[in-house]
Write a new protein. Structure first.
Length: 184
C-alpha cells in the first residue's frame, strides 16, 4: 500500500500550515507560496489540494494583501484521516475493483482478501487517531500498533529491529492465518 503524492503533500502542507499558524500571532493567514517553499512542493498542486481542503471545511481562505489560508478548526481536532478523505485519497490495501464483485484476479476474492481489508482498517484507525497537533508536538510515534512499539521506528539498526519484532509477532500471525484458512 502506498499513499499517492496527493495524500502525502496534503498532510505535509496541513502540518506546515498548523505549525506556522501557531507560530504567528493571532492565527493570521499563511500564503500557499510560503508553505510550498518551506516543504519543497509545487504551488500549483497545493492550490488544487487546498481547494478540496477548503470545501471540506478544514481550512479557510482569505483574499487580498496578507491573504492565504488558516486552519478552520484547531490542529488538535484535525485528524490525518480528515485530510486524506478531503483530498479523495483512498486507503486501498487490496487490488479488487471497487463494487465489481470480481476479485483481484478477475474472479472471486483471493485467499488474502480479508487480511488486506483488515490491514486497511488498521491504517484507517491509525490515520484517525493522529492529529496535526500530535505531529507538530512529536507524538505521532505514540500511535504505533500495540506489539510493535517505537523500537521498529526509532532504532538505529532498522533491519535488526524489524527482525526482532517479526520474531515476536510471527507466532500470532501464523495462528491468525491458520484461522483464516480454516474458515474457507
Amino acid at each position: 500500500m502506498k499513499l499517492s503524492s496527493k495524500g502525502r503533500y496534503a498532510a505535509m502542507a496541513m502540518v506546515e500550515l498548523a505549525r506556522q499558524s501557531t507560530d504567528s500571532a493571532g492565527g493570521r493567514s499563511i500564503s500557499l507560496g510560503r508553505i510550498a517553499e518551506s516543504q519543497g512542493l509545487s504551488l500549483a498542486y497545493l492550490e488544487q489540494l487546498f481547494n478540496k481542503l477548503r470545501r471540506a471545511g478544514l481550512v479557510q481562505a482569505t483574499r487580498g494583501p496578507g491573504g492565504g489560508y488558516r486552519l478552520a478548526v484547531a490542529a488538535d481536532r484535525i485528524r490525518l484521516s480528515d485530510v486524506m478523505f478531503a483530498v479523495d485519497e483512498p486507503v486501498r490495501t487490496n487490488a479488487c475493483p471497487d463494487g465489481s464483485g470480481r476479485g483481484c484476479r478477475g474472479q472471486g476474492q483471493c485467499d488474502c482478501h480479508d487480511v488486506w481489508n483488515a490491514l486497511g482498517a488498521h491504517i484507517l484507525s491509525f490515520l484517525g487517531a493522529v492529529t496535526l497537533a500530535d505531529i507538530i508536538q512529536g507524538r505521532s510515534h505514540e500511535f504505533v500498533a500495540p506489539g510493535l512499539g517505537c523500537k521498529a521506528i526509532c532504532a538505529e539498526d532498522w533491519d535488526l529491529a524489524v527482525r526482532e519484532e517479526a520474531d515476536q509477532v510471527r507466532p500470532s500471525v501464523n495462528v491468525n492465518l491458520a484461522r483464516l484458512a480454516a474458515r474457507r
